[in-house]
Design a protein around this ligand. Structure first.
Ligand code: NAP
Length: 543
């Protein structure tokens, strides 16, 4: 172990959250270092390089709002930017704001231990480097800890195995190969149409069918670019005041009560251009079962009209959970791909995977010869990246113990028993139910004011109280129960891993309500946080 390097703030992760935290906190005179496991900035966009990877939030909204200069100078090429363009944007931001000088790449945090006496964190990485920091900001992302299925024989497969979220940096040539894809979530839905065009044969192994909306992607014209940039501030304001931070303002009418012809016209219009916004056609699609059924049925009819083979059509048609309860995919030609002669769909519900041999994947009733296997099997969402390192707080208690029944936070930002630790867009905040870029900026700005105020006031320790955290967890649960989300098996509910506690993790009350809550907490002198000063080596409460 090396001697600790001392900083005011240690940020973990150089994705969009970590970069933004570095810029904001450094700008108010604190010494800040960011630890990043990868070799470059970009986070999720650094790792997820699979063919077809792109954002399904519009580029103009999935971008930083803190610098007007940046907004005006960056030129997006596509309505929904693909991974290389988003990564270039992240790199541009890093260069433009000189962020790299305070980012240490190739450092995976392995542990963080709180020293109650000193009110500081000691953080170690896999290389043995150690940092000593007053504040620890976890900017690790909700979808960064990858999940590979536990399949017998996977290690003896003679061909190459890829996970979508750990795709190689070199080009992968799939020409003429027999490729298998496991997983049909958003990553699979984006990858499958592209891979189908490259391979000799593609076998898609599907456990659950999911809803998917066409992206309606396209290039951004100069006129469009100028139009957006001329009114960017208004666009940002609309996004901030929309429930999801995406700028869609749902019709306040009930879908179930709407005139059927009018409703169909609304759905057709949204299907033909809104992308993810289809989910916000009516305000009650995720609140009312009958309203939800109208959208679900519309989507099923669309699938029926696209997919030609009746058996494949039936398998691709989702049933048994509310539309949007599990995140719908946004695709470019996903269902159409199954009309190709070189694409086959295997139903893992009827015939589960038995094992992998050196040359094939075997289900309970057939063997599929393969040269390449792609795992589009997703993530240990929300908590995975926070619970993999050993984080030890007050009294030697670990975060894993504290969250053994599911994540418990105050506002999705602080955790009782873990003073001076903050999570950006953590569980209990709008996070994955929102335009996460907007939510990241909101958290960072709020946190920057809190830390600035605290430091100016001689505060050395900031900790969410148990009472405030209990109240917040209850509130998050209550808001979730008002919705249809808990009725779907999804990673929102912890269904992504066997044995994971089944609780709803993001805050479903919307970004606007959430922002008002944070504003109120700030006005009330950071109500719900215990603030302590240092006195003769002891930390004493301020109130
Ligand atoms: P995901 O939505 O969790 O999908 C994982 C897929 O793998 C599901 O179809 C799942 O089936 C299947 N699977 C998992 N374990 C399996 C097993 N043991 N055997 C067979 N099948 C298995 O993961 P993702 O597709 O990577 O997407 C995750 C999230 O990342 C998205 O919801 C989205 O938030 C984000 N994302 C966004 C974009 C974008 O911006 N456009 C693109 C990609 C990803 P079950 O459903 O049965 O569990």
């Amino acid at each position: 172990m090396t001697a600790p390097e001392t900083v005011d703030v240690l940020v973990v992760g150089a994705g969009f959250a970590g970069m933004r935290a570095l810029h904001a906190l450094r700008g108010q005179g604190m010494s800040v270092v960011v630890l990043e496991a990868g070799d470059d900035v970009g986070g999720v966009w650094y790792w997820n390089r699979y063919p077809g990877a792109r954002c399904d939030v519009e580029s103009y909204d999935y971008s930083y709002s803190f610098s007007e200069e940046l907004e005006q100078e960056w030129r997006w090429n596509e309505r929904f930017a693909a991974q290389p363009e988003i990564l270039r944007y992240a790199q541009h931001v890093a260069d433009h704001f000189g962020l790299r000088r305070d980012i240490v790449f190739g450092q995976q945090m392995t542990s963080a231990t709180y020293d109650e006496q000193a009110a500081r964190w000691t953080v170690t990485t896999h290389t043995g480097r150690v940092w000593d920091a007053q504040f620890l900001v976890m900017a690790v992302g909700n979808l960064s800890a990858t999940k590979a299925p536990d399949i017998a024989g996977l290690d003896i497969f003679a061909g190459r195995v890829f996970h979508t979220a750990r795709w190689p940096h070199e080009p992968v040539d799939l020409t003429g190969l027999r490729v298998g894809v496991i997983g049909t979530g958003s990553s699979g839905a984006q990858l499958i149409p592209i891979v189908a065009q490259q391979t000799a044969h593609l076998t898609v192994f599907q456990r659950s069918a999911n809803f998917s909306i066409p992206a309606c992607n396209g290039p951004v014209s100069d006129e469009r670019d100028a139009e957006v940039k001329a009114a960017y501030a208004e666009r940002r304001a609309i996004a901030q005041n929309s429930p999801s931070g995406l700028g869609f303002m749902p019709d306040r009418a009930s879908a179930a009560a709407a005139d059927p012809e009018e409703r169909r016209a609304r759905f057709e219009q949204a299907w033909a251009g809104a992308g993810f916004g289809f989910l916000f056609t009516y305000h009650d699609l995720l609140l009312d079962e009958a309203s939800n059924a109208t959208a679900a049925e519309f989507c099923r009819e669309k699938i029926a009209a696209i997919v030609k083979d009746p058996r494949t059509r039936e398998l691709l048609t989702p049933h048994g959970f509310p539309f949007g309860g599990k995140r719908p995919s946004v695709d470019s030609g996903y269902f159409e791909t199954f009309n190709r002669d070189n694409v086959m769909l295997v139903d893992l519900r009827a015939t589960p995977i038995r094992d992998v041999t050196p040359t094939s994947l075997r289900t309970t009733d057939a063997e599929y010869p393969l040269d390449v296997l792609i795992l589009a099997t997703g993530f240990d969402a929300f908590t995975g990246a926070l619970l993999r390192p050993d984080i030890t707080g007050r009294g030697g208690h670990s975060l894993r113990e504290a969250w053994s029944t599911g994540p418990r936070t105050y506002l999705g930002l602080g955790v009782a028993g873990f003073p001076n630790l903050f999570v950006i867009a953590g569980p209990g905040s709008p996070s994955l139910l929102s335009n996460v870029l907007l939510s990241i900026e909101h958290h960072v700005d709020w946190l920057a004011v809190l830390l600035r105020t605290a430091v100016a006031d001689g505060i050395v320790e900031i900790e969410a109280t148990e009472e405030a955290q209990d109240r917040w967890v209850e509130h998050v649960n209550r808001r979730a129960q008002e919705t249809l989300y808990p009725r779907a098996p999804s990673y929102y509910m912890g269904d992504d891993l066997p044995g994971k506690p089944r609780v709803f993790m993001p805050y479903s009350g919307g970004v606007r309500d959430y922002r008002r809550i944070l504003e109120q907490v700030e006005r009330d002198g950071y109500e719900g946080f215990a603030l302590r000063r240092s006195l003769l080596g002891e930390t004493v409460p301020v109130r």
